[in-house]
Design a protein around this ligand. Structure first.
Ligand SMILES: [Cu+2]
Length: 107
């Protein structure tokens, strides 16, 4: 019986690892939209970000806790991918001390 439980447990873990969630984010004159995103812990997260305005300080996106920093070319979709492994809040924003930014809620 113990081994059966282990198999079920392993199966559960691998399913969670395969699952992914993706969200589209745009940079508009208001900043990042949406600026609040709710995601599940343990699932691969894909954020597809498109900068729609030419004049903004958000020409880059940073996710400091994940060591992510990426350029956001005008009108071109850039994806950032990581797996949130614990519940809580992950902030993201422009490279300039996140003057424009948002929060990812990991539940
Ligand atoms: Cu900025």
């Amino acid at each position: 019986m113990k081994s059966l439980t282990l198999i079920i447990l392993l199966f559960g873990i691998s399913t969670a690892a395969i699952a992914s969630q993706s969200y589209n984010v745009e940079v508009t004159k208001k900043g990042f939209e949406p600026s609040r995103i709710e995601v599940n812990t343990g699932e691969k997260l894909i954020l597809n970000i498109t900068r729609k305005v030419k004049t903004t300080c958000a020409k880059k996106i940073t996710v400091p806790s994940e060591n992510i920093e990426k350029d956001l070319p005008f009108n071109k979709t850039v994806s950032i991918v990581f797996t949130p492994n614990k519940k809580g809040e992950i902030s993201f924003g422009c490279a300039m001390k996140q003057m424009l930014g948002g929060v990812i809620f990991v539940k």
